[in-house]
Design a protein around this ligand. Structure first.
Ligand code: RB5
Length: 148
């Protein structure tokens, strides 16, 4: 599984922590920037990571900004991107099991590094349950042919 990472200035420090954790655990990581705490715009990096996941060159993405909110909004505009902004392990777990979230967004001004690492590990370890949850994703795409 190839994980793409992106952040803005507010998320830079936390992104570095998260990448170190994943590399230490032997995961494949693609760092798409930003590369310093110098002020920049979150949408640049959300777009890069979301486009790569949307096109299938990366399997999943992790985006870090101040709140996680702008990243989720920007990433969610791409086809087949299910981006969630999460601050707790329960939501991280359910976003994989029920929503098949493929981009996790974190707010470096909201969660500490310790919690962010746990949220990310939880999110990475969970699978999609499919079934009625897959039908609901189809409904989101507009392709659902079942009843109302
Ligand atoms: C940057 O100050 C901040 O607005 C950004 O990191 C993010 O929180 C936007 O959603």
């Amino acid at each position: 599984m190839r994980y793409g990472f992106g952040c803005d200035h507010a998320g830079f420090e936390l992104k570095e922590v998260l990448i170190r954790e994943l590399l230490a655990a032997g995961h494949e990581v693609v760092d798409m920037g930003t590369d310093s705490p110098e002020r920049t715009d979150f949408a640049i990096y959300a777009n890069k990571v979301a486009q790569a996941v949307s096109e299938g060159t990366l399997d999943r993405g992790v985006l870090v900004c101040g709140t996680g909110l702008g990243m989720a909004m920007a990433a969610g505009r791409f086809p087949d991107i299910r981006a969630v902004s999460v601050t707790d392990c329960f939501s991280a777990r359910m976003s994989r099991r029920h929503n098949d979230a493929n981009i996790l967004c974190l707010g470096a001004r909201v969660v500490g590094a310790g919690l962010a690492v746990e949220v990310l590990k939880t999110w990475m370890s969970e699978g999609f349950e499919g079934g009625r949850y897959a039908e609901r994703l189809e409904m989101m795409r507009g392709g659902y042919k079942g009843g109302t």
